[in-house]
Design a protein around this ligand. Structure first.
Ligand code: ATP
Ligand code: MG
Length: 420
């Protein structure tokens, strides 16, 4: 943290943020950078985005800048455009009860910064900063950052009753930052866990996803230990409550931080159908649902270390999935090594060999798709084939070419057809 002799914190605000704040101030209002960007900067992490909070009303903010977008004007948010970047600028507000969406049911604007900080979830997320006042930390955010603690602003049970998603956010931030959840906050989660049922799956998925791709993906266990997932995501609850727990947590730790791979590690012990059902209930997009289900299905599929076998696998799975599958299987191997303490160098070598065989084959331009065959359906029609026989013949020829790439030549393929 940057701190001077007078115990003043300094944050180097990006110039567009400083510009927006000083424009608002020169119009007679207050404005501060607030929330995640202040927290992350104090932790020397680079923030994803910079949010600004202000005493000016949305219409007043709009009048101050040439380019703005009405992002969530009924909730007080206007995006101010500076160059190509947008900065969400929100009027100080007092939130009503949250509904089953991203925003509270009703909001009331306020002219006091403190009201706006009070509505925020955790002390570390409730700090504001500008170049005139410097840091505003009314709830002990700095102290909690220093002690690595997640603590609600105000009474934890009340704050979780307003918005049950905050219970998941507490666990998500503890995973991202490696922080501990303060006792009273944790106790309130244990008590109110069943109320997560009120929250939409879209919001649950965002917090689960951020936890899974964090540096502590195994903190997902806390969603289960607190009872948060008992009814909301029963399959995940049961995987992490039974014999699969140790294996699954190990695999989460050994898997690369991509959402698809971490979801696959989480659901690897389930059947593909069960996995698909859970992924669907999380409202994930089709590509994610299909890829994860397929990774679970083929997690034990073995590929021989020969060029034709690798080409056959590239054909069956496609290039992209082939390499993701190897990542998934390799994480499974590393997890087994972690849980058993038995190191299997020959298996590690096996994955290295498969990767090399596949990239050599791709770089050589080997044929492993019907499209890459030197003969087309049209050629086969000319040759006299009709209907389903065309597809069948192409398929047969492709498997021969996969076996022996030298055969991928139009005349040779016609010759083969004659013999079939
Ligand atoms: P990140 O963007 O890295 O996920 P963040 O802290 O910026 O973390 P956002 O969800 O972008 O989180 O929210 C921005 C700020 O808004 C938070 O720092 C917090 O002050 C406040 N906030 C967000 N969601 C809630 C909520 N459900 N209840 C109370 N305050 C919230
Ligand atoms: Mg944010």
């Amino acid at each position: 943290m940057n701190i001077d002799n007078n115990n003043t914190f300094f944050i180097n605000l990006p110039s567009p943020v400083a510009e927006i704040i000083s424009t608002i101030e020169s119009n007679g209002f207050e404005a501060f950078a607030v929330g995640g960007c202040v927290r992350d900067t104090l932790l020397n992490r680079s923030p994803d985005d910079w949010d600004i909070t202000t005493s000016a009303l949305p219409e007043q903010v709009k009048a101050m800048f040439p380019r703005t977008i009405d992002t969530g004007i009924q909730h007080g948010t206007v995006t101010v455009m500076i160059g190509k970047n947008g900065y969400e600028t929100t009027t100080y507000r007092i939130d009503g009860e949250y509904e089953d969406g991203r925003h509270p049911k009703s909001v009331e604007f306020s002219s006091r910064l403190l009201d706006d900080l009070k509505r925020r979830d955790f002390t570390i997320n409730a700090m504001a900063y500008n170049n005139t006042t410097h840091l505003v930390d009314e709830f002990g955010g700095i102290s909690d950052l220093n002690h690595k603690i997640i603590r609600c602003v105000g009474n934890a049970a009340e704050r979780f009753s307003e918005d049950a998603l905050r219970m998941m956010r507490a666990i998500r931030f503890s995973a991202q930052l490696g922080f501990t959840i303060e006792d009273a906050t944790y106790e309130a989660i244990l008590t109110l866990a069943p109320t997560l049922s009120k929250v939409s799956m879209e919001r649950v998925e965002i917090e689960l996803g951020k936890t899974l791709v964090s540096k502590n993906p195994d903190y997902v266990l806390k969603f289960v230990e607190t009872g948060l997932f008992k009814e909301k995501l029963p399959l995940i609850h049961s995987i992490l409550s039974d014999a699969h727990k140790i294996k699954t947590l190990a695999m989460l730790r050994t898997t690369k931080p991509s959402l698809i791979l971490r979801l696959s590690a989480l659901l690897n012990c389930a059947s593909p159908d069960e996995a698909r059902h859970t992924l669907r209930s999380l409202k994930l997009d089709n590509h994610t649902v299909d890829t994860v289900t397929k990774l679970v299905k083929y997690s034990k599929h073995s590929i021989d270390e020969t060029e034709p076998a690798v080409r056959e696998a590239l054909h069956k799975f496609g290039k992209d999935f082939f390499f993701i599958l190897l990542d998934h299987q390799e994480a499974g191997l590393a997890a087994r090594e972690e849980t058993t303490g038995i190191i299997l160098p020959s298996l590690k070598m096996h994955f290295k060999t498969l990767r090399k065989l596949a990239s050599d084959s791709i770089n050589r331009g080997d044929c492993f798709t019907i499209k890459a065959l030197e003969i087309t359906g049209h050629d086969l029609i000319e040759y006299g084939l009709t209907g389903p026989a065309i597809g069948k013949a192409l398929d047969n020829l492709l498997h021969m070419v996969i076996e022996d790439p030298k055969l991928n030549n139009k005349e040779m393929l016609i010759d083969i057809l004659k013999q079939l």
